[in-house]
Design a binder for this molecule. Structure first.
Ligand code: NAD
Ligand code: TYD
Length: 351
């Protein structure tokens, strides 16, 4: 049995869905169901006895310990986090609580449980921590991409809290010998992506005839990876990764934000043309930049390819086309998540 945390969020739910399609091993899915957690993502699993959903907090040690023992967990995959940089700027407290204290608690519960295991199970147990490229800070235009050796230079409350959690995971290996793995991935996109993040927000706003907000000059660069490629990389690291190693995951798809938004507009112009014949690009609006906005992220994913044989299956073009199609075919999902709380966030962020 796997214990997946945050499995009702964007990447976690994609991981759970993919895993249960491809494996007979069950998952216990622990998620607090914050604004970002959505059981609708897991609707197709409602009759699947290999999916056990538990609403709860990774910082709840009694609950986490109970789940580890009850389900004889052989691996923990920690997706649970507060994940939105802009929200971390407005209110960093929740980020420290879940990303730092929550991960600490999960590690401690896992360590206590791991210590009770027989030698064979102890050796095969894994704690896989899912992290981000943002812990490495920002690159200049001509700098080489981040390798696993790049120094940690987080710049936002979000990335600082993720960096702190990565350090805790590292320390639990070196101090207690816990069999941990850490993955640092670039920006994901795809189905079930909450429309506060750039790509789903732009698709949603475009279809609603609303402004497409570009922070600053729109020349900041991100390295985009289709979400199911991230999920396949995590499966690969869980199966073949060497204990204590960290693996960078990326799509080799560096794009400026404005270029990403133009791609979305071109796809929508072709698939869902506006009745007045104009382009969705006319809705692009430049807004105040994010404070401390990181200029460029780029991942060197050669280690995971060389050592574990992982490569992304999607290109930026195929992934973006699939993503736009998904949002066009699942408009009810977006309608359901863009409720009152979502509207309050948009009003606060885009005054
Ligand atoms: P998300 O915000 O969509 O989902 C997070 C999930 O965690 C939600 O379901 C939420 O309810 C749950 N959660 C939050 N606090 C919790 C708590 N205290 N206890 C239990 N559950 C809790 O995030 P995501 O985009 O799916 O990211 C998942 C992980 O991947 C995060 O750790 C994030 O740092 C990392 N990551 C994300 C990206 C990206 O582009 N989205 C890239 C690299 C790494
Ligand atoms: P985001 O999806 O929030 O991911 P992250 O900040 O973790 O990289 O943002 C991606 C990029 O898009 C980032 O450079 C900020 C920018 N952005 C906008 O220009 N406008 C927006 O409305 C949002 C949400 C993001």
């Amino acid at each position: 049995m796997l214990l997946v945390t945050g499995g009702a969020g964007f990447i976690g739910s994609n991981f759970v869905l993919d895993w249960l399609t491809q494996n007979s091993e069950p998952i216990v899915n622990l998620d607090k169901l914050t604004y970002a957690g959505n059981l609708e993502n897991l609707q197709s699993l409602k009759d699947n006895s290999n999916h056990i959903f538990v609403k709860g907090d990774i910082a709840d040690s009694a609950l986490v310990s109970e789940l580890l023992q009850k389900y004889k967990v052989r691996a923990v995959i920690n997706f649970a986090a507060e994940s939105h940089v802009d929200r971390s700027i407005h209110g960093p407290g929740e980020f420290i609580q879940t990303n730092v204290i929550g991960t600490f608690n999960l590690l401690e519960c896992a360590r206590n449980y791991w210590n009770t295991l027989a030698q064979k199970e102890k050796e095969s147990f894994r704690f896989l921590h899912v992290s981000t490229d943002e812990v490495f800070g920002s690159l200049g235009a001509k700098d080489p991409a981040f390798t696993e050796q790049h120094r940690y230079e987080p710049n936002s409350p979000y990335s600082a809290s993720k960096a702190a959690s990565d350090h805790l995971v590292r320390a639990w290996l070196h101090t207690y010998g816990m069999p941990v793995l850490t993955t640092n991935c670039s920006n994901n996109y795809g189905p079930y992506h909450f429309p506060e993040k750039l790509i789903p927000l732009v698709i949603h706003n475009a279809l609603k005839g609303k402004p497409l907000p570009i922070y600053g000059d729109g020349q900041q660069i991100r390295d985009w990876l289709y979400v199911t490629d991230h999920c396949s990389a995590i499966r690969c690291v869980l199966e073949k990764g060497l204990v204590g190693e960290t693996y960078n995951i990326g799509g080799c798809n560096e794009k400026a934000n404005l270029q990403v938004v133009h791609t979305i507009c071109d796809l929508l112009d072709a698939k869902m043309p506006k009745t007045d014949g104009t382009s969705y690009k006319n809705q692009i609006t430049f807004v105040t930049d994010r404070p401390g906005h990181d200029k460029r992220y780029a991942m060197d994913a050669s280690k995971i390819e060389r050592e574990l044989g992982w490569r992304p299956a999607q290109t930026f073009e195929t992934g973006m086309a699939k993503t736009v199609d998904w949002y066009l075919n699942n408009s009810q999902w977006t309608e359901n998540v863009t409720s009152g709380a979502y509207r309050d966030w948009v009003a606060k962020q885009y005054v």
